[in-house]
Design a protein around this ligand. Structure first.
Ligand SMILES: Cc1cc2nc3c(=O)[nH]c(=O)nc-3n(C[C@H](O)[C@H](O)[C@H](O)COP(=O)(O)OP(=O)(O)OC[C@H]3O[C@@H](n4cnc5c(N)ncnc54)[C@H](O)[C@@H]3O)c2cc1C
Length: 429
């Protein structure tokens, strides 16, 4: 049996590419090593509580997301409009994040000096450097205080990352491009009316796993508990070796994490071994519920004073995630900046998360639901010098034009980017 395409990895990227390939009548086989579809997407649901154990929402800022939703007739839930309201935890207080740059002038988030520095940002020239850390970039534009109280918390929220290690060029390519064009980000904001991507935050009735279920139903040939061991050449075909036998195809799409992709390509393309160097920090997600205290907004990010990265106000974002008389939150811990927390066991992480949430909301009386999910290797870190990994991808394209790397360690790790990538492959292979 020869397939047109074998897709390795049944997370969102693998499912979306298989779905679009199937729509085009291609003979596609999807292989997943785990006993469930979804990869990072994992929704806990018991009838009373619905918690996302991994990603929480999709920022639907790409037409690809809406195309997928429409084709699957997926039951979209848009986040409550109050989700625009986000907070930074600083000096034992939740401070609203300004929605427009000029609101920083009246915000207690940063002090007088930082506000003066903000005005000077209009005169910042584009950097001459090829690459720069997010921290350096921020300090050059806005100063240290903005880094500490605004950007680093965001970097923790998006990548569980360290702004000193992440590359602005590869982790935030839009910012990098905007700086190249305008120099000043504030000037860019005045011209384009935005710097950050716009788009609605969405999920689905029953959580993100609903999307996974709908996608999996549409892919005809698929196998769970089938671990791919290597991809090799066999004449003009690819031989995909698995724990359940060999499969053959004309094209192969790998959506596995970098450290697995490196191994799978070991024989056919040894330079891929370098991909093992891409780091993925440990992250813990703690799901909690408690008697209603009236949470409103998206959630908060910790700038100082807590041993958590932040929390998302789940019950404020979407309906029916917990009983109406309760509020529920997803708390994020560990990541690149809280290595000491990463060393804790599950029980200690739960205790810590509850304690820190009680510091922020002392009125919480008791916890009614609690669950810890550990991601030993969570989100790929697009670190300084990441260009060397893209070069490997370029070399692979030249040597093996029918073998595609589509993991979230290239081209962005957000769900919207994964969907975009999956669709593009599914429509072109
Ligand atoms: C804790 C956490 C929170 C996040 N929050 C958000 C968020 O709120 N919004 C957002 O946009 N993004 C978020 N992300 C990022 C986003 O979830 C991921 O980038 C995305 O889900 C990756 O999808 P993927 O299909 O590319 O990879 P994965 O989901 O990693 O899927 C890869 C699949 O390959 C399988 N596999 C591995 N090895 C083999 C093998 N040898 N053979 C066969 N199969 C194999 C794996 O089991 C897995 O199912 C978050 C990520 C994490 C971890």
């Amino acid at each position: 049996m020869t397939y047109d395409v074998i897709v390795v990895g049944g997370g969102i990227t693998g499912l979306v590419s298989s779905f679009y390939l199937t729509l085009r009548g291609k003979r596609v086989l999807l292989l997943e090593k785990n006993p469930r579809w979804g990869g990072n997407i994992k929704t806990y649901s018991d009838g009373r509580y619905t918690f996302e154990e991994g990603p929480q929402t999709i920022l639907a800022n790409s037409p690809a997301v809406w195309d997928l939703v429409r084709r699957l007739n997926a039951p979209v839930c848009k986040a409550n409009p109050s989700s625009q309201l986000r907070f930074i935890y600083k000096r034992e207080k939740l401070i609203p994040i300004p929605l427009k740059p000029w609101e920083f002038f009246t915000s207690p988030l940063v002090g007088f000096k930082a506000k003066v520095k903000l005005l000077k940002e209009f005169f910042v020239k584009p950097s001459q450097k090829e690459d720069e850390s997010v921290a350096e970039f921020t300090i050059r534009h806005f100063g240290e205080e903005f880094l500490k109280y605004f950007i680093q918390p965001f970097v923790s929220g998006i990548y569980a990352g360290d702004s000193k290690k992440l590359s602005v060029r590869y982790a935030f390519p839009k910012l990098y491009e905007i700086e190249r064009r305008y120099g000043s980000l504030l000037k860019a904001f005045l011209k384009e009316r935005r710097v950050a991507p716009k788009g609605e935050l969405i999920s689905f009735a029953g959580g993100l796993s609903t999307l996974i279920k709908l996608l999996a139903e549409k892919v005809k040939e698929k196998r769970l508990q089938t671990e791919v061991l290597s991809v090799e050449k066999s004449g003009n075909l690819y031989k995909v070796k698995t724990n359940a036998g060999n499969y053959y195809s004309r094209k192969v799409v790998l959506t596995t994490p970098a450290y697995i992709t490196a191994k799978l390509l070991g024989k056919i393309f040894p330079p891929a071994k370098e991909l093992e160097k891409i780091t993925y920090p440990r992250v813990a997600v703690v799901s909690l519920s408690f008697p209603k205290i009236g949470l409103r907004g998206f959630g908060f990010l910790n700038a100082e004073g807590l041993k958590i990265l932040g929390a998302i106000f789940v019950s404020s974002l979407f309906e029916n995630r917990c009983p109406p008389e309760e509020d529920c939150v997803s708390v994020f811990l560990c990541g690149e900046t809280q290595k000491e927390v990463c060393r804790l066991g599950e029980g200690e992480i739960l205790k810590l998360a509850k304690g820190e949430i009680e510091k922020v909301f002392p009125q919480i009386g008791e916890f009614r639901f609690e669950k810890v999910t550990l991601w030993e290797r969570s989100i790929p870190q697009y670190t300084l010098g990441y260009g060397k990994f893209y070069k490997i991808e370029e070399e692979l394209k030249k040597k093996e034009p029918n073998l595609f790397i589509a993991g979230n360690f290239f081209g962005g790790s957000s769900l919207a980017k994964c969907i975009e990538k999956g669709k593009k492959l599914g429509e072109s292979l």
